[in-house]
Design a protein. Structure first.
Length: 206
């Protein structure tokens, strides 16, 4: 057995904390991990990005945690990561046209997800933005190539329902599929993020 602390505990959240609480944040959790001396902060960014790539919007603070290995705390293995059911064309909108995770993804608040937002946050998780961009592209490609096959494998005991479930979860992988279809999106976002500090300095100089 190992000691376990949920992210809800590490963040010192109230029992009734809901979306919008500023402490329900991946960035604040990274800070809490630093306070706890916990290893795995870069992996937390990868966990955040992966949740976006597979459309897991049930990534609330009790679905993250820290384990004590006898020497110190570390990010626990991932668990309860599941693509959400979202049939295509519901309410006339594309699947996950407004993807939002359960925990904040930026210092500005909110769980919105896009490439720029993910890359801008990477240094907070002790990650080089270039390394983060490469990881994001590789992960998007892997999710796109393997998600349906793995889902069908998991659904093998439910042959009568498998196709309907695959269809209803296909939109969960929209973000990953978009990046896999056009790798220049990540490259352009990385260039924009790297240019941003220079533009701010120029603006102040004027």
């Amino acid at each position: 057995r190992k000691l376990f602390a949920s992210a809800h505990t590490a963040l010192a959240l109230n029992l009734d904390a809901v979306r919008g609480d500023p402490k329900r944040s991946y960035l604040v959790l990274a800070d809490a991990m630093r306070s706890w001396g916990a290893a795995g902060i870069p992996q937390l960014w990868q966990r955040m990005a992966f949740n976006a790539l597979v459309g897991n919007v049930d990534d609330h603070p009790r679905n993250h945690g820290l384990l004590h290995d006898g020497a110190g705390w570390q990010l626990s293995p991932a668990f309860d990561i599941t693509p959400i059911f979202r049939p295509a064309n519901r309410h006339g909108e594309p699947p996950f046209s407004r993807l939002s995770l359960a925990m904040d993804t930026s210092a500005s608040g909110g769980g919105a997800v896009d490439v720029l937002r993910l890359l801008r946050s990477a240094p907070h998780f002790e990650l080089d933005m270039g390394d983060a961009a490469r990881w994001l592209q590789d992960a998007a490609n892997t999710v796109t190539q393997q998600s349906e096959g793995l889902l069908r494998e998991a659904l093998a005991p439910l042959p009568d329902d498998a196709q309907a479930i695959v269809d209803d979860t296909r939109g969960s992988f929209c973000f990953a599929q978009t990046l896999a279809a056009d790798p220049t999106l990540v490259d352009k976002a990385l260039d924009e993020v790297k240019r941003a500090p220079a533009r701010r300095r120029t603006s102040r100089g004027r």
